[in-house]
Write a protein that binds this ligand. Sequence first.
Ligand SMILES: NC(=O)c1ccc[n+]([C@@H]2O[C@H](COP(=O)([O-])OP(=O)(O)OC[C@H]3O[C@@H](n4cnc5c(N)ncnc54)[C@H](O)[C@@H]3O)[C@@H](O)[C@H]2O)c1
Length: 316
Amino acid sequence: MKVMVTGGNGFVGRVLVERLLEDGFLLNGQPVTSLTVADMSCAGLPEDSRITCVEGSIADASVLAKAVAGEPEVVFHLASIPGGAAEKNFELGLDVNLTATVNLYEACRKFSKPPRMVFTSTIAVYGSPMPEVVTDESPLKPHISYGYQKLATELLLQDYSRKGFIDGRIVRLPGIVARPPQPSGLLSAFMSDIFWKLKAGEPFTCPISAEGVAWFMSVPCCVNNLIHAASISPEAIAPKRDFTLPVLRLTMQQLIDGLAEAYGEDRKGLVTFEPDTHLEAGFATQPPLVSDAALALGYQHDGDIQTLIKRATSVY
Ligand SMILES: NC(=O)c1ccc[n+]([C@@H]2O[C@H](COP(=O)([O-])OP(=O)(O)OC[C@H]3O[C@@H](n4cnc5c(N)ncnc54)[C@H](O)[C@@H]3O)[C@@H](O)[C@H]2O)c1
């Protein structure tokens, strides 16, 4: 099986790449025989003879052409400019999140056989404030450029799939944890930092209140869902290709209590709260999510807080 991962050296991509290369791993019943990773840099990726690394921006036509030259049978399209950066630099967001993505679809349309594509979208397509309850029927009303760009490329992937050019599968990701503790500039970084700080027994200043409620998913669970998305039969996916992944919806206090259960009761005393109005609005009011259709199709959340914590801190 020939596979390509764009953004394969990012936070989620690295874990996906490692999983695809695991001994005995089968994607849709077949071993991964070649894996093209397209990313700005491939530094730090595993040494494996199956990997071909294409370094550079997929917004550059020659880089994209090189990346797709082998006509992968399954494409995981993760490369993206995150929300904050796309808001600050409109042209960069447009170039990568929209134009390069459409160019990737166009390249795939010309393959001798339509590839299967898993596209990572975002819950930012719901906008802010989010609906009181999010269901499969909830309106999609982005409020930032990143959300608009992801929604536009969701819609186009639906059309390329309708035309039979690509067999697309869209998964909207919630906040994935726990990103390694490096300065990322992401507004949501605190959602990951709390895991590492309390695991290490260090003080943590929480920028949202104890009652603030957010959607969580561990990076291994996310990767399970991406692989699952690639494995759903064309017949089962055809009626509905876009799914918001099921989540664990937790208050910060529930998460802190869970981390204290995992690492020691003293962790509770390490947290102080300094709520920030902007972060409260963006990350502390995530409503109930009814994801029956996604669950019925086999997408999963982490199950319980302790599994979330164990998985979230197990890979980086
Ligand atoms: N992590 C989350 O919480 C989250 C939430 C919602 C949606 N998503 C989506 O999931 C996907 C993966 O997220 P992530 O957290 O791993 O992101 P990330 O920013 O850690 O990784 C993205 C990767 O894409 C690469 N990239 C960016 N522009 C590129 C370009 N022009 N050409 C080639 N490569 C490029 C980056 O170098 C990086 O390695 C993204 O599409 C993102 O929008 C993630």
